[in-house]
Design a protein around this ligand. Structure first.
Ligand code: GSH
Length: 338
């Protein structure tokens, strides 16, 4: 055996050892036959139960996509509602397998909580929702205002920063859940609500009279939202990360829930690799090659999910904006599956 062969054998056995050591979450999920997915307690468009109690939203679709890829069935999900304060502890302690709950990727969270962000499924930013009778047209007119705000969110620090930078003062009334926060505004406990703009759109749509409230034009922060996993399990991290990219690649390649079966016969090499007709993307993930086929067949591609949950076919009707694909003026850029 020559040196090159010995060296490559060494690397291969190291890789096997690493794989065995990291088998944790995938094996546990398979054994349990269900994915424990951490969601919000109710954020319209992202994760919220509908009138029949079924969870709906773009983050819920992501839970379903992971379940379709890993367990072969998008319905094999146990949704675990978590407040902003509870979410990262629930993930780090193993109470959930993945967190899919409008969570902003920040350096502090990524490096000090034992968790790792696996991608971005929605680029957001913090905005303001005020009652119309306040008569303000800009956040700069909110000096001295009282805000309803949710604890354990990035919202708190952003608000402090913004008011400090603009030499203004504010008072805060803090709540644990989004429902309580919205209720605070409805009952006049505060003049304004501040949160991720997408959530404000959802909250406004659920108000008894949405036209009593207006969104102000300022967006004061970057809020890249995405799924999060526990640290130290790269195999699971890869599955969650590439599930995200598969949904985006399907949109980019024009593969939809309706046409995925006929796309199995596509001559496009990218589509063939995505759907596992060629290559071994799924096998390399520790799954099987039909993982992405199942995601699209059972849940749909990213664009389909966006339209149904937060986009044009939903009550929120949020335009794609920066959440469009990169080749359509947006920031969504799936890493190549090859
Ligand atoms: N993206 C921000 C805010 C996320 C957040 O939790 N927002 C609240 C404000 S509406 C929410 O979704 N609440 C839903 C709930 O209470 O379950 C973060 O990661 O801190």
């Amino acid at each position: 055996m020559n040196i090159v062969k010995i060296a490559s054998l060494g690397i291969a056995s190291l890789a096997i050892l690493a794989t065995t050591a990291n088998a944790g979450i995938l094996e546990n999920v398979k054994k349990a036959g269900v994915l424990k997915c951490g969601v919000s307690t109710g954020t319209p468009g992202f994760s919220a139960p509908d009138s029949s109690g079924a969870w709906k939203g773009i983050d819920v679709d992501f839970c379903k996509s992971v379940a379709a890829a890993v367990l072969g069935d998008s319905s094999k999900v146990k949704y675990i509602p978590l407040t902003a304060k509870e979410r990262f502890v629930a993930l780090a302690s193993g109470e959930i397998d993945v967190l899919s709950r409008n969570s902003t990727w920040t350096a502090t969270r990524d490096t000090s909580l034992g968790v790792t962000f696996a991608g971005i499924n929605y680029y957001d930013g913090q905005g303001f929702l005020v009652s119309k009778k306040l008569g303000v047209k800009s956040a700069k007119e909110l000096d001295g205002a009282t805000f309803c705000i949710q604890s354990g969110t990035t919202t708190e620090l952003n608000l402090t920063d913004y008011f400090k930078a603009n030499k203004m003062d504010y008072k805060a009334v803090t709540y644990d859940t989004s429902g309580q926060t919205a209720d605070g505004l409805k009952k006049g406990r505060c003049d304004a609500l501040t949160s991720d703009a997408s959530q404000l759109a959802g909250i406004r749509s659920k108000m008894p009279n949405p036209n009593d409230y207006v969104m102000l034009p300022e967006i004061i922060s970057k809020e890249p939202l995405g799924p999060v996993v526990r640290q130290n399990d790269d195999k699971w991290f890869n599955i969650v990360k590439w599930t995200m990219y598969a949904t985006l690649q399907a949109e980019e390649s024009g593969v939809t829930k309706a046409n995925v079966d006929s796309k199995m016969k596509s001559n496009d090499p990218q589509v063939q690799r995505l759907l596992g007709v060629t290559g071994k993307a799924g096998v390399n993930l520790g799954l099987d090659n039909a993982w992405a086929y199942r995601i699209v067949k059972q849940v749909g591609n990213y664009g389909e999910s966006y339209a149904a949950t937060v986009g044009k076919n939903s009550p929120l009707a949020i335009p794609r904006g920066i959440n469009a694909l990169w080749n359509n003026g947006g920031l969504m850029y799936p890493m190549p599956i090859r």
